[in-house]
Ligand binder design. Structure first.
Ligand SMILES: [Zn+2]
Length: 309
């Protein structure tokens, strides 16, 4: 499981940073890629990665500001033009209005897609668990921005324990159907009367990962709730230390506030994105250093950077 950042800038693109988008690559887990936000130019960034647009099965939108959604019509249209590739449906999750934005853009531009889009819109009253599959559950909660905006908590379900085949062989269990029974948790008795307790040969289930990806927000308790015990928290850092007032006025956070959220939530790792073009490289080091005084395991991400979870 990896996160690849496609756009890490705030508001408008710069040469170094495109506007918001990131890909949660779940290729080993479910052979899918989930996009979070899709700012203008997201499809161009994807061209610089190994991500195949057809693998993008779900897109989660945090809010309807242009720097988070203007890339949707282009991405969706290009996704249709993949020669010799099977056309697969796509799900879009986002605030009420996202369906109208997408369908209007496609209709006005005369774009017809050879695959279906299923929209899952929500508002203040229909948040909470927005998706559950056999491997993942996704929750959304409202943040505190200048328009309705949410954060997402992606929880992977616990992973089954694995069978210790070597240990079974050593215990004299012949390779074959018995292995399958034991793997399913069944105790078995061998021909010589030896009792094999399945639990002794299956490792304990491993806890699934928790990934928290927030939209634009002031510091709020909702962010902390979404990030409780997260393996990774992706938090905006539009402003730096000392800019708390201006951050509040514009509906954003500073690096220090993001670090505070990570600390309060007991997150394991903090990745800062939504970085203003005002910040030069020396400012970026300072953003990180200041935030690290509150929460040590912090990193300011760059476009196209890939982080393993
Ligand atoms: Zn915004």
């Amino acid at each position: 499981m990896d996160i690849q950042f496609l756009g890490t800038g705030a508001g408008q693109p710069s040469k170094a940073r495109n506007v918001s988008s990131l890909a949660l690559k779940l290729l080993d887990e479910i052979n899918e890629v989930w996009l979070f936000d899709c700012g203008e130019g997201t499809q161009n960034r994807i061209l610089e990665t190994t991500i195949r647009p057809r693998k993008v099965s779900k897109i989660f939108i945090t809010h309807l500001h242009g720097d988070h959604i203007f890339g949707l019509p282009g991405f969706l249209s290009s996704r249709a033009f993949q020669a010799n590739e099977e056309q697969t449906d796509l799900e879009i999750y986002g605030p009420q209005g996202i369906k109208s934005f997408v369908l209007t853009s496609l209709r006005v531009s005369g774009s017809r897609l050879p695959y279906r889009i299923h929209f899952h819109e929500f508002d203040q009253d229909s948040l909470g668990k927005i998706l559950e599959t056999d491997k993942f559950t996704v929750y959304a909660e409202e943040l505190d921005h200048t328009i309705f905006c949410v954060g997402y908590r992606v929880m992977q379900k616990d992973l089954e324990g694995t069978l210790d085949a070597e240990k079974l062989k050593a215990a004299g269990v012949p390779f074959g159907p018995l292995f399958g029974k034991i793997k399913n948790g069944q105790d078995v008795v061998l021909e010589d009367g030896t009792e094999i307790k399945a639990a002794d040969y299956i490792s304990a289930p491993r806890p699934g990962k928790i990934i928290t990806i927030l939209g634009d927000t002031r510091k709020t308790n909702a962010s902390v709730r979404l990030a409780v015990n997260a393996d990774v928290l992706v938090h905006e850092s539009t402003y730096g230390k000392g800019d708390e007032t201006i951050a509040r006025n514009h509906g954003h956070s500073t690096n220090m506030q993001a670090a505070q959220v990570a600390l309060e939530a007991g997150a394991k790792r903090l990745l800062l994105n939504h970085i203003s073009a005002r910040f030069l490289s020396k400012d970026i080091s300072k953003l990180k250093k200041d935030a690290a005084s509150v929460f040590e395991n912090v990193h300011v991400v760059k476009d196209l950077e890939e982080v393993e979870i």
